[in-house]
Ligand binder design. Sequence first.
Ligand code: HEM
Length: 429
Amino acid sequence: MRLGRTLVQTIEPKNVQAILAHKFKDFELGSRNDALRPLLGEGIFASDGAVWEQSRALLRPNFVRNQISDIAVYEKHVSQLIKSIPADGSTVDLQDLFFRMTIDSATEFLFGQSVDTLGSGSDSASQSASKAFAQDFQTSLAGVLVRARLGPLKIFYRDRVFTKATEGSRKYVTRIVEEALTNRALQESAQAEKPIDHSYVFLYELIKQTQDKRMLTDQLLNILLAGRDTTAGLLSILFLTMAKREDIWSKLRDEVLKLEGRRPSFEDLKSMTYLTWVLNETLRLYPIVPLNVRVANKNTTLPTGGGSCGTLPIFIPKGQEVMYSSYSMHRLPEFFGEDASEYRPERWEGLKPGWAYVPFNGGPRICIGQQFALTEAGYTIVRILQEFERLESRDLEPFKEHLTLTLASKNGTKVALIPAQTRSSAGAL
Ligand code: HEM
């Protein structure tokens, strides 16, 4: 039961595959859309059916490989992050820095201008508007989460701070959209003073396809929401784990040192086996979207869980909410071995868990930013390992989860990093 509603729960890979792929059309996001609407409008993350299909078709081409593999986008913000880490071995909360880095890089990638929360703190008007946006976005996110948790009771949720922050977030993004549209119009009439460099700006790619201001604002906010906390959560938990597991840090560092100080290319990252295993293993034990819900939009069935034996198909009536937990499914010994609850990257050698492993979901709504996330996370990890030779935990507590829309660490990632004797040739910081 969830606030008076009955839930069907499953951790059966076959059922998850049916919900996300085979019977995709029988399920919708349900009340999530309503909860997120004040901030996200009708964007990709908060819509179903034809509206969602239109968004997906619009956005998909912008996540093609040559956009994502431009390492320069990540380097700028990773080097800011590295600069923010004390070089004298004093304690730092990496989680805080990762959350700032991912909003900085996502806003640069999406809008063509970063909110630069890790920056040196210039107090120009545009800088303070950007920082106010970062704060508003955070506050608005917390509010839509409350709405999502309240379900049908969200009509009683009234919070002026939330309303103001939501309006502030939307206004900021709309202004950026308007500027881009004006620039484009000027370009077309050849009046712009100088050509705009829009090689990797998501917004400039989108306005080639639509000039609908509201649609553009919605989509940018949706991708920002989907892309920011997720990658930061992954990095935070991964470094927290490594701080307590010197063996993993050392193996990963051995792999990174083979680059001989060179900045990793997209191809380097793809070919680093241990790095891939560490990312997989972190997302297995700590999937950043650990729970998800869909609602049946017609009477339907799922392949297993029914009958007195619990193995026959099960009837799901129209309107029924079905929750699936990747967190629990990713820990099933039948798919991951008897030691499934242990963090052991080596298990990924030859492992093909299919639908038992869905950190990015699957089927038509699979995470559109998967490659972006893995490239940004991999690049950040490699660059930190190039710059620092030791990672020490400064947190005696065992790991505790913090769940908002996504998973992070309740106590942050309190660590100390000891600089390498010879820092990478990459890092003229
Ligand atoms: C480690 C990082 C990430 C993880 C674990 C992750 C996971 C997920 C999951 C599980 C979903 C499905 C949600 C649902 O259908 O209910 C999703 C959807 C989505 N993700 Fe990611 N994500 C990550 C990073 C990113 C990044 C960096 C971006 C964009 C730059 C992004 C953009 C999206 C979008 C737009 C959707 C909605 C797709 C649709 O509904 O068609 N994600 N992600």
